[in-house]
Every structure is written in C-alpha cells, then in structure tokens.
Design a protein around this ligand. Structure first.
Ligand code: BG6
Length: 490
C-alpha cells in the first residue's frame, strides 16, 4: 500500500452502523498499521457532537486490549468531527474548507467517503459531495450500504443518480457477506482444486442449499425491518451473492471485472421468481419458551405495524438455465428467530448409481460453513471401523480452529474497508449485478405487497415452517436427520 500519499477517510454519519462497525473497524485497521500513513478520520452528521461524545458512543464497541491504550489515544487524536445539514451547500463547502485545512502541505490527497446514511438523504448528500468535496489531487471513492433501493425501478433510479455523479470505479457497494472468509474461499475452493471441478455440475450435483439462520428475532428493531422483510434484507443480497460465486463459470482471471462479469452472466440465466417458488414465514411467540424474548412473536414487537405481512423467513427455489446447472434446484433459505445461528452452503451430490449396499448409502455433501466457526467438510460414507462390513456416515473435515491454531480472522468489514483503500473492487457489487438481482426478486416482492400474501406462522426457536422442508424435499434435497456434524472445540 502506498504510504507516501496523504489519505483522509471521512465517515459521514454518526448513526448505529458508524458507532458499532465503522469506527471500530477503522480503529482495528489503524491499530494493526494497515491503513496508509497520514490517514485522518472525519465524521460528519446532523447531531452536534464533540469528539469526546463521539468517542463515548463508540467506546463499547472498540475492544481496546490492555497495552493498546496509547495507540488508541493516537487514533482519536486523528479524528475530527463537524455537524452539518445533509441538504445545505454551504455546510458541505464548510466541510471541504475544514478538510483542506487539515490536508494542507500534503503533496497528494485522497478522499474516501463512507455514506452510512438513511436512504432519504442519500441523493442530496452525494450531489453535495460531488459538487464541493471531491479530492483535487488524488482519488475520491465512496462506500455505500444497502438498501440499494426497494425494487428494480428504485434501485435503477439510484444507480442512474450515482452514475451521473461518479464513475463505477469510484463506487463501492458493500455486501458484507463478500468480506467473509468462507465466501471469499469459494473461488479458491472451486478453481484451485482439480478434485471439485469435474463434479461441479448437473451430472453429479442433486441440489444446492444456501442457508442463513438467526436464533433471535427483530429485537425491537422491527419497525426498520418491516420496511424491508427478510427477502430484501438477506436473500436478494447476501444469499444471491453466495449463489453467484457457487454457480458462476471460471472467470478469465482474478481481475474484479472478470469475476463480476461471470457473476452477472450466471444471474442472467435465472428467471424471476414466482409465488409458487417460495415459502414465506413469520415467527410467532413460543408460549412455553423459558426465554421471555422467545415468547414474543414478530407482531408483538411494538415497532411493527399491526397485522404486518412482512416475512421473517423465506425459502426460494431458483433454477439456473444453463448447460452446467439445468434442472439443479438452488434453495435459498433465510430466517430470523429460528433454532440456531448459522450460515452455510450445502452442495448435495446425487445418489450413487448401481447401488450394491442395499440402499444404506447416504448422499455425499460438501458443506461450506460460513459461520459460526468457519469450516469445510465433506459428508461421506465409510466402512464402519472394525470387524463388521457395515457402513456409516462420517466426514472429511477442515475446521479452521483445529487446522489453524490460534488463528484470528479479520472481520468482514475490516477486509472490505481495507479493499477500498487499496482500490480493489473484487468483493463489491457492480451496478449490473445489482440490477440482475432486483430483476429476479422484484415481481415476487410486488406480488407479496399488492396481493397482501400472508406468510405461514412458525414458532420462535423452530426450524421454520414445515412447508419449507416439503419444498426442499420436492426439489431433490434429502434431509436424513441421521447425522450431526459436531463442531470441534478450540
Ligand atoms: C445484515 C442484515 O445485512 O446482516 C441483518 O440487515 C442481519 O438483519 C445481518 O442480522 C447478519 O450479518 P452477520 O454478519 O451477523 O451474519
């Protein structure tokens, strides 16, 4: 990373994401000497704050360890803050004057704007930044967070707006799942191993299930969640991104645009979802639960509008109409208030043809465990050890905490923010990927809203609506329930 340049990282907003994620991440990167030298941090939001107040808000999330206090002080000495409106040209001109004062004497200055902002102010802020705050002698990049619109039309409007102000190379759309270790590993796993590629197709794979499960509900944030629902919150972005990495063809190189070209290509082979392709659920309280939180359903959250039909669970079956995947169901499953917290990709292979074991064999599965506890394992059959000739299920296991002792993996945000400093867009969403994603989901989302489609209730802490299991079964995913992978302990 170039260290001769003078860099400024400007955090716009002082909201929830800023205090919980952005400031702590900048601190960790700074602590580990990963940021370019001479980076300064500038907060800008409506609230009148001092650095001390800002620091106090962030403090619970910074995780400062003994011995790091001096470095931490140094971090805060490089922080500045200004309050201003999101609408006023003059306030942004003043922001620019303050930045210029701080940057004085630097031969080259880059500016990075992190727009952790409510969607309603996104347009005026980007216009003002473009008009008044661009780096005069160095690069300017902006990081943006979802929601990138609510449907195809609103997302296109936002993309057009941004394209009128910035070049695509300047725009970094974050999908933080692309910063996770095992999601990034998909490329290496698929294209760096001879063993997987010949079987990675419809001739060998029966179905693919990509799951995201959380064991907690909306926790009082239902008002916010209700505007989006689980499809927009998780499926249309995080799960579809994973799907595109699992299913795309090998890119011409590891260049970000070669990779994103392949992701777009595979998304283009998916037709828009219809109501019959999904199971929707909404959690209700479990009156017998010992945890008081679990006794409350989604609609009991005071911030959720009465009678809301917003799904908190969804399973969708996507089909990829190309030569590799024709007929292979891709099941995307996500939900809140389920029985466990986990995110994983499960590639289920077909039955062995010409069985000689009286149907005792179970299908192979390759499981990529994204979280918690990064792991990769292959479920397979083996002869039961010993004198018998029976067979049993076992696994070939690459569990990170066993294989890489003492490993500390960076947080997704650490990698992604660092990528922006380095100018790598490999793990960021390009505008054409985004519009393909919306193309697939928009008709369904509109139908759910206009026809007031009611989700199926499921109990807090359960595996979700049973209709989802039935849908998985119909789509060539076999759940045996005979085997549980036991996560090795550290
Ligand atoms: C966010 C969603 O994008 O991802 C949240 O808006 C969800 O609803 C979160 O809880 C999950 O992220 P992680 O990294 O904890 O799996």
């Amino acid at each position: 990373m170039a260290s001769s340049s003078f860099n400024s990282s400007y955090v716009v907003s002082q909201g929830d994401l800023a205090k919980k994620k952005i400031y702590p991440t900048l601190w960790w990167l700074f602590r580990d000497n990963l940021l370019p030298q001479s980076t300064m941090f500038f907060g800008y939001a409506r609230s009148k704050l001092t650095i001390e107040l800002l620091r106090a808000k962030c403090e619970p999330y910074m995780k400062v360890k003994p011995g790091e206090e001096e470095r931490h002080e140094e971090f805060w000495r490089l922080n500045h803050y200004a309050a201003g409106s999101y609408e006023s040209d003059e306030d942004f001109a003043e922001l620019d004057r303050q930045l210029v004062r701080l940057e004085a004497n630097a031969p080259r200055v880059n500016r990075l704007f992190y727009l952790a902002l409510p969607p309603s102010v996104f347009e005026p802020v980007t216009v003002h930044l473009q008009r008044t705050c661009m780096a005069q002698n160095g690069w300017t990049r902006i990081i943006i967070e979802k929601p990138f619109g609510r449907d195809a039309a609103s997302s296109q409007k936002l993309s057009d707006h941004l394209a009128g102000l910035f070049r695509e190379e300047q725009i970094y759309r974050i999908d933080h799942y692309l910063g996770k270790e095992m999601v990034q590993n998909l490329m290496t796993l698929r294209f760096g191993n001879r063993i997987f590629s010949p079987t990675w197709n419809r001739d060998n794979i029966a179905s693919v299930q990509i799951s995201f499960k959380e064991d907690f509900g909306t926790q009082g944030r239902g008002g916010y969640f209700d505007e989006f629902g689980i499809i927009r919150d998780v499926m249309q972005n995080h799960l579809l991104q994973i799907l595109s990495l699992v299913a795309m063809e090998k890119p011409a190189s590891c260049h970000p645009d070669d990779i994103r070209n392949e992701k777009v290509k595979v998304l283009k082979c998916i037709r828009p979802l219809q109501l019959d392709d999904v199971v929707l659920g909404q959690y209700v309280g479990d009156p017998e639960a010992s945890d008081p939180e679990a006794r409350l359903g989604y609609l009991d959250d005071a911030t959720v509008p009465a009678g809301s039909n917003t799904p908190t669970f969804a399973m969708a079956v996507l089909k990829i109409n190309n030569e590799r995947w024709d007929g292979v169901p891709f099941l995307l499953r996500c939900g809140k208030a389920l029985n466990e917290r986990k995110a994983e990709v499960r590639i289920q292979y077909q039955d062995v043809s010409g069985d000689i074991f009286d149907g005792k064999g179970k299908r192979n599965e390759l499981v990529i465990r994204v979280q918690p506890g990064e792991a990769l394992y292959i479920k397979m059959m083996t002869k039961s050890p010993g004198i018998t000739f029976d067979m049993e299920e076992t696994e070939l296991d690459l569990t990170y905490c066993s294989r890489y002792k003492g490993l500390k993996l960076p947080d997704a945000y650490e990698r992604l923010i660092l990528d922006v400093f380095c100018g790598s867009q490999m793990h960021f969403v390009r505008s054409d990927e985004l519009s393909e994603a919306w193309r697939i989901f928009t008709p369904l989302l509109h139908q759910i809203e206009t026809e007031d489609i009611r989700p199926t209730p499921y109990k807090y802490g359960s595996r979700g609506p049973k209709e989802a299991n039935e849908m998985a079964k119909r789509n060539n995913f076999v759940f045996y329930g005979t085997y549980t992978w036991v996560r090795p302990q550290h």
